[in-house]
Design a protein around this ligand. Sequence first.
Ligand code: PMP
Length: 309
Amino acid sequence: MTKKPMVWMDGVLMEQEKAVVPLMTHALHYGSGIFEGIRIYDTPKGKAVFRLTEHMARFLDSGKVLCMNIPYTVPQLCEAVKDVVRATVPEADYIRPIAYYGANAQGKITLNPAVFPLHVAIACATMGTYLGVESMENGCRVATSSWKKPSHESTSLTAKICGNYVNSILAKLESNQRGVEEALMLNQNGTVAEGPGENIYIVRKGKIITPPISAGILEGITKDSILTIAKDLGIEVVEREITRSEIFICDEFFFSGTAAELTPVRSLDERTIGTGKPGPITKMLQKAFFEAARGQNPKYDSWLSYINK
Ligand code: PMP
């Protein structure tokens, strides 16, 4: 019999098709959930989860912003993730933990989440190459979105709150309509923030430049990995605001994220970036990133949680 997708829901492993959510779930109506996205890689020592502890720590931090009392510790959540990965289909390469306000037993409708039960679940998915193999190898095409990122005064951008992602969805729809692979989002100051689900970097004169947290971005865990690798390779990194027009004249441009991994960008708003091919720094970092994630560089072994240990 073929294996069925399994999920972990409120402490119990079950078949995904049985993990159904009631219609009056608060998070369905108002986006009152928080989530993570985590990758599973095949390594010489079997399957490993990339930077699991950091993702589950950010999960609890996101919950704190929405005043969720998530009744699990980081180590307990990490064990639950490993249990799901072991139990589920072997082709799964992505993990989706979510905590959300559910349905009120009295059928109450109110914005106040405090009167709704909190649920925590962990599912897996098969994602493959998020922006496509062609984008990963030759670079993707990007268009600046007309939708701006909200400011730090409008929402918490350091928390992965479900409702925040409507902004990303609008940008994604727009880029799809324009026939390109991804969007670039500006912030309320008009400088560059990030992609709908990716951090961004440019390379100018051999230096990596990337926007700081104050530019309205998520504190990416892939970004932390890439910047660590860049520093280890002796590449200078500058964190400062970037303008859209500076991207037009940069030498290299790339995205990072759990889904996008390290994807080069070959054009922005129909202007070719650099030579139109992934540049040397992008290629060097992409190679080093995949070696780290796939357990091929012992230096970064502490980033991997092996599931058969
Ligand atoms: N920005 C946004 C808005 C995101 O949703 C993501 C994906 N989590 C990222 C950046 C990249 O973060 P990470 O590398 O932690 O996946």
